[in-house]
Design a binder for this molecule. Structure first.
Ligand SMILES: [Cu+2]
Length: 327
């Protein structure tokens, strides 16, 4: 069992576009059902006609060559007409649905910049003052019942942002800022997944969206906007870990707001202990897995842009203790 099943363990079943939890996805799911039903009906009817014709031909005109009769010409015209009407109807229906789900109705409850990386999601909550900046990774929170505006771009290759139960997909393209929106109408945690093959760990590029009432969301946002917890007492393992973090390569790739660590290659770790998963769904965020991850991330997520790091086991334990203070 790989990381994917671990990541979905908290979720009863895999996310499905046909189990919508938002107004736009309801509209899309209804279109999906119509396509399935009409498509299936077309297959059944065509097969039935074919069978009847074959049996009929077998009984009566087995030896006559296939030539067009006035009857069969009429059949072809009727067949083409039905095909044209069904295709045109679905073309119009799809265009109407796409138009209706493209733009949100109402003021957005949050604005988030989403940046795709090989292979994780960076999320920056916009709109606050600079000291309220919230940067996190892979685990979004949104308020329920209101649209949430997204600005989507990529730091490297093309990805696709997709929360199946909330909205359609949006391309995540380097150098281009696509605007998009999501909305959740029920509280809960919804799973998402990069939907455009983007390299070795494409399957481990998951994200979750936790939809909650406005008050819980504001509480979460305030907690995430705070700088890192005050330095622990200097004789503890966590303090030693903090010093090791700041003086080793960790600080070159990661930011911990409120400290000297300003790296931008990896996820912002200011509140990493508040996240459930590490490595975009690769492993659960437990002390053991955290230790394994920071010692040798590529063994848990081959190809990940975080290298194996050579520090003593004691130093790694101290760094884990430090990271766990980053709630
Ligand atoms: Cu991707």
């Amino acid at each position: 069992m790989g990381g994917a099943s671990v990541a979905l363990a908290g979720c009863a079943t895999a996310p499905s576009v046909l189990r919508p939890e938002s107004a736009p996805q309801h509209t899309l799911a209804t279109l999906g059902w119509w396509l399935i039903i009409v498509g299936s009906a077309v297959i059944v009817i065509v097969l039935a006609i074919e069978l009847v014709t074959l049996r009929h031909r077998g009984r009566t005109v087995a030896d006559t060559p296939l030539v067009a009769s006035p009857g069969s010409t009429r059949g072809i015209v009727v067949g083409l007409a039905i095909t044209a009407v069904v295709t045109l109807a679905f073309f119009i229906y799809s265009a109407v649905v796409l138009g209706a789900t493209e733009r949100p109705r109402g003021r957005p409850g949050a604005k988030i910049e989403i940046i795709g990386h090989q292979w994780w999601w960076e999320a920056r909550y916009l709109g606050g003052t600079p000291d309220q900046a919230v940067a996190t990774a892979n685990e979004l929170h949104i308020p329920i019942g209101v649209p949430v505006a997204l600005q989507v771009t990529s730091a490297d290759v093309i990805h696709s942002f997709w929360i199946p139960q909330l909205q359609g997909k949006i391309d995540v393209i380097p150098g281009i800022r696509n605007t998009f929106w999501i909305r959740a109408d029920t509280a809960g945690t919804f799973h998402g997944q990069c939907a455009e093959f983007c390299g070795l760990q494409h399957a481990h590029m998951m994200l979750t969206v936790t939809a909650e009432d406005a008050r819980s969301f504001q509480r979460w946002l305030a907690a995430q906007s705070a700088p890192a917890a005050a330095a622990p007492p200097s004789d503890t393992a966590a303090a030693a870990g903090g010093r090791a973090f700041m003086s080793s390569a960790c600080a070159l790739c990661h930011t911990v707001r409120g400290t000297g660590a300003h790296g931008i290659l990896g996820p912002d770790l200011t509140h990493v202990a508040s996240r459930h998963m590490l490595g975009a769904g690769a492993v659960r965020n437990t002390p053991g897995a955290l230790n394994a991850w920071i010692t040798d991330a590529p063994s848990l997520k081959p190809g990940a842009d975080m290298p194996r790091i050579d520090l003593t086991p004691a130093t790694m334990h101290a760094i884990v203790a430090y990271l766990q203070t980053l709630r």
